[in-house]
Design a protein around this ligand. Structure first.
Ligand code: PMP
Length: 300
């Protein structure tokens, strides 16, 4: 499928309080967010017109802004209503939804107290990140880049600046013939994918790194909840790089990737098995349920 540039599309984008035509949703080149990465965003998915865990995504957006020392000029209720409005206006009930908040051009220096906070929300159809082939299992490169220590970057925020690491790791992975990359943390232990959390099946249990220097993903928390419901033991702990060889199944989780089996990490190979299939099946059921059913069946 040919990639249509994102500024050459039609539809509606919600910008600072109202829907505007897609092509008119522009920012000034001297925006603080562009120069100093003072921007936070979300990635959400609507299934059948309902945005999955919109409350959790909205909460994280507001908290990400607070970590970057800014307050969104809208309430959670207003942001949620705006997300729903965008999905309805664009007429695609199965869509990816991208809210982004950033500092404007009023002040351009490291200090940014005089900047205004802007919020835009777009939506567009985006099938699974890894496409129809995902059941074969994605192949992950072990990135040279590391996730930083939580005292050296706001790692709990979905902050735009942190994604430079992911983009560099993902480009290197593509050059080396892989579909994505897995990053170790600053100590050399397993952290996460470029836009996904990671789970390993070890001795019939699910093991996943403790989210100290990366997002405690909404999909990750949902999977932990679903697995516990299935009496699958979940262990959150430090996972050394060498331990990955002991895993019998591996999968990654994220809003864009949903639950995607991993076929290889570097030279190691894995085959999706019973636990991956169970969790995928439960997740596929859950995403089509109402928000109340989701919260009841898989509290996070
Ligand atoms: N880590 C990174 C770096 C991500 O970009 C994402 C996607 N937001 C995740 C993990 C998974 O988060 P979620 O399940 O909330 O989408």
């Amino acid at each position: 499928m040919a990639l249509i540039p994102f500024d050459d599309r039609d539809g509606s984008i919600w910008l600072d309080g109202a829907l505007v035509p897609w092509r008119e949703a522009k920012v000034h080149v001297l925006s603080h967010g562009l120069h100093y990465a003072s921007a936070v965003f979300e990635g959400e998915r609507a299934y059948g017109g309902t945005i999955f865990r919109l409350d959790a995504h909205t909460k994280r957006l507001i908290e990400s802004g607070a970590l970057l020392d800014f307050k969104l000029p809208f309430t959670a209720e207003q942001i949620m209503a705006a997300c729903n409005q965008v999905v309805a206006a664009n007429g695609e009930p199965d869509a990816y939804v991208r809210p982004i908040a950033w500092r404007g051009p009023e002040q351009l220096s490291v200090s940014a107290e005089a900047t205004k906070i802007h919020l835009a929300i777009a939506s567009w159809p985006w099938p699974n990140l890894f496409g129809d082939d995902r059941m074969k299992g994605v192949r992950l490169d072990v990135a040279d880049w590391k996730r930083p220590h939580p005292e050296t970057a706001p790692t709990a925020a979905k902050a735009a600046g942190l994604y430079m690491i992911g983009t560099m790791a993902k480009h290197k992975a593509a050059q080396r013939g892989f579909e994505d990359a897995i990053l170790m943390d600053w100590k050399g232990d397993v952290a996460e994918g470029t836009g996904e959390n990671v789970f390993f099946v070890m001795d019939g249990e699910l093991h996943t790194p403790t989210p100290i220097c990366f997002l405690n993903g909404i999909t990750r928390r949902t999977v932990i909840s679903l697995a516990k419901h299935q009496q699958i033991k979940v262990v959150e702990r430090t996972i050394a790089r060498a331990e990955m060889a002991k895993a019998t199944e591996v999968f990654v989780t994220g809003t864009a990737a949903e639950i995607t089996p991993v076929g290889a990490i570097g030279d190691l190979t894995f085959t999706p098995g019973r636990i991956t299939e169970t969790v995928m099946r439960d997740y596929d059921e859950l995403i089509h349920q109402s928000p109340a059913q989701v919260n009841q069946r898989a509290p996070i």
